[in-house]
Design a protein around this ligand. Structure first.
Ligand code: AMP
Ligand code: MG
Length: 309
């Protein structure tokens, strides 16, 4: 998945801990074999290469993940668009980057969004409607992998663990001292500089931002997250961190809410107390922070963060 994964577990013995970590890594590798679009032999890559118009069954291991993705794509009004592949290609976001012509952009917009790949609500059948349309797991693969790792650790009797998957964290059970795991949230433009701290237990925290990955064309930076309404990269306004029980959901929502922008993201989260949302706006080096009611329980109040500051 092009990133690093760190796993720490508390176990009854060294051997039990190592066995649990090995099994968790296998669960992550299995998820990669389902979802990777960086190789041709994953289940998703196979579906992405199906001839347009042909209906195909989705393997039962993959279907529940895709069903969840479709569900939250709808619940975010399409801001989360797993069929963003044609836009990724149009902007060459996986290569050196390029700015598409108006015609190319229109073509890519036609090949992305809800109509580009028809998936049944249960995720079990798939139909690609056009050449050039493909489903990109970049926005939810890490979350799906962390969910698989969590299930594997539980099956190995691990009740306390911290997993860090290139920015998305999963905190299971209590930490060494029996409290919540302390998880830093970075400055929206400077990844190494923490600006807030979360206290998490049986929760995942996922952060999305445009400064995390981008391409440069003609001296301008274009981030890797696209607004499906315009087909253009979302402006680099800051970052969104989502805290949820389900790592897959946290991953999906941090991407979706970055697309919606700070105001709409907070409005969306206001009615959902089971989800915590932290919005950090980068205002020329100064960070303006706002959060949803669902985040209150996780935000360490002695952190340097000041509401609206
Ligand atoms: P994340 O880092 O989890 O926010 O995911 C970003 C990745 O998701 C990008 O690198 C693309 O692969 C993919 N992506 C870009 N725009 C969208 C979007 N609007 N909805 C879903 N996935 C997207
Ligand atoms: Mg995501």
């Amino acid at each position: 998945m092009g990133t690093t994964l760190r796993i720490g577990v508390h176990a009854s013995s060294r051997g039990a801990g190592i066995a649990a970590i090995e099994a968790a890594l296998e669960a992550v590798q299995f998820t990669d074999s389902l979802l990777s679009t960086w190789r041709d032999d994953s289940e998703l890559a196979r579906l992405n290469h199906m001839p347009p118009g042909q209906t195909a069954p989705v393997p039962p291991t993959l279907a529940p993940i895709l069903a969840e993705v479709v569900r939250w794509s709808r619940a975010t009004g399409g801001a989360f668009d797993p069929a963003v592949g044609a836009l990724v290609d149009a902007w060459d976001a996986r290569g050196g980057g390029r700015v598409p012509t108006g015609e190319e952009l229109a073509r890519a917009l036609e090949r992305s969004g809800a109509g580009a790949i028809e998936l049944s609500a249960d995720g079990r059948t798939w139909r690609r409607t056009a050449d050039g349309a493909w489903l990109d797991s970049g926005g939810f693969g890490k979350g799906a992998a962390l969910a698989a790792a969590r299930d594997s650790l539980a099956a190995h009797g691990v009740g306390s663990a911290l997993l860090d998957f290139g920015g998305q964290v999963l905190a299971l059970g209590p930490d060494t001292a029996g409290g919540a795991w302390s998880v830093p949230v970075a400055h929206p433009a400077r990844r190494l500089e923490p600006v807030a701290r979360l206290a998490l237990r049986d929760r995942s925290a996922s952060t999305s931002s445009q400064s995390e990955r981008f391409v440069e064309v003609g001296g301008r930076r274009y981030g890797h997250i696209f607004d499906p309404r315009t087909g253009r990269p979302v402006p680099a306004w800051g970052s969104v961190t989502v805290v949820a029980r389900d790592p897959l959901l946290a991953d999906i929502l941090s991407t979706a809410l970055l697309v919606l922008g700070p105001e709409a993201a907070l409005a969306w989260a206001r009615e959902r107390p089971e989800i915590g949302v932290l919005v950090l706006e980068d205002r020329g080096g100064r960070v303006r922070s706002r959060w949803s009611p669902g985040l209150e329980a996780f935000l360490v109040q002695d952190s340097t963060l000041v509401r609206g500051g």
